[in-house]
Design a protein around this ligand. Structure first.
Ligand code: L14
Length: 334
């Protein structure tokens, strides 16, 4: 019999946890035991995996006995507390939260870009921020050909990254507003229905949000190049799934839009969807549920010599979270 692995999913009832279990099944990862873990509040619920219903167990320090790999997606505080227990039990952790991402002893991996880094772990591998993961997949072929000097990014991020309650809030607020009522915001600082909120995660000292600073730091770390200048504005929009990004790239050497299109057509994890004559470009509703990041609106930047503009859309629950984590797992066990 071929090797099987015992896998724990921490935060198994969350949006990303559910997606992790779905993708383990979809990609036929050789799972021996699947151990869904969550807070006491969710313990006793069941999750469905390959036609079996598995009871969710309460996460404790002893949850990792016999587990080969643990996929964490239950918030930074949970990872901070429980990854060390898992590592002590000999479990390798793939962490979806921001907690360990910028730790120099922890690899931060997007397999299309820096798969080899995954093997340099000390028990924990970090999975990047959703907006960063989809971005670097599209940047890598351009970087390898002409280098990148500077990036200016604006994001249009869906609500699903913020969890089940956030999805529910967009739904409820939209329904209420169409019925002439206004519901008070709970999951976001302002009403999200029919709105655009330039504020994701907390504000930091320099006026950027933590979400924006994650894009800055993580892009450089994954690309392995601290000299890339990065600035970002992250905006929440009333979309359920998929983050969209307007990306302005200043390259080190000149490259044409036509050549970028050619490079991206051959790039793993990317689908070029770019035919403006027929109103064809990437859209969140079309990319939801897809594994590939779609790129379109590829054009020469008319404002500078070495500039490219593009529009990139990715499923934040897949490439932005669960899929990337499982690609890391596949890299480790291949
Ligand atoms: O850094 O949409 O993984 O609120 C998780 C929550 C990214 C933003 C992370 C959201 C964050 C996300």
């Amino acid at each position: 019999m071929s090797t099987q692995y015992n896998i724990a999913v921490v935060g198994a009832t969350g949006v990303v946890g559910q997606e992790l279990i779905k993708i383990l099944e979809e990609r036929k990862v050789p799972v021996g035991e699947l151990r869904p873990l969550a807070s006491a509040r969710s313990a006793g619920k069941t999750v469905k995996f390959n036609d079996t219903h598995i009871e969710v167990q309460e996460l404790t320090p002893d949850s990792f006995n016999g587990i080969d790999y643990a996929l964490f997606s239950a918030g930074g505080a949970i990872s901070e507390e429980f990854c060390p227990h898992a590592v002590k039990a000999g479990t390798v952790c793939i962490d979806n939260t921001s907690h360990f991402r910028m730790d120099p002893t922890v690899p931060l991996v997007v397999p299309e870009v820096n798969a080899a880094d995954a093997h340099k772990h000390n028990g924990i591998i970090a999975n990047p921020n959703c907006s960063t993961a989809q971005l670097v997949v599209a940047l890598k072929p351009i970087y390898d050909e002409v280098g990148i000097a500077r990036l200016v990014i604006s994001t249009y991020q869906s609500v699903s990254g913020a969890g089940n309650e956030a999805i529910f809030e967009l739904e409820e607020q939209s329904r209420a507003l169409l019925n002439g009522q206004e519901l008070a915001p709970e999951q976001f600082p302002h009403p999200i229905a029919f709105n655009a909120i330039p504020h994701i995660d907390k504000f930091t000292e320099n006026g950027y949000t933590k979400e924006e600073m994650k894009m800055v730091g993580e892009t450089k770390k994954i690309m392995g190049d601290d000299t890339i200048a990065v600035t970002a504005t992250c905006v929440r929009i009333p979309v359920f799934i998929c983050h969209s990004e307007s990306v302005n790239i200043k390259t080190r050497k000149k490259i044409s839009a036509a050549r970028v299109r050619e490079l991206l057509q051959a790039a793993p994890g990317v689908e070029v969807v770019d035919d403006v004559a027929n109103n064809v470009y990437p859209l969140p509703r079309a990319v939801s549920g897809k594994n590939d990041v779609q790129v379109g609106r590829i054009r020469d930047d008319i404002s500078q010599e070495n500039g490219i503009e593009l529009w990139c859309v990715g499923d934040n629950l897949r490439k932005g979270a669960a899929l990337n984590a499982i690609q890391i797992l596949e890299e480790l066990i291949k």
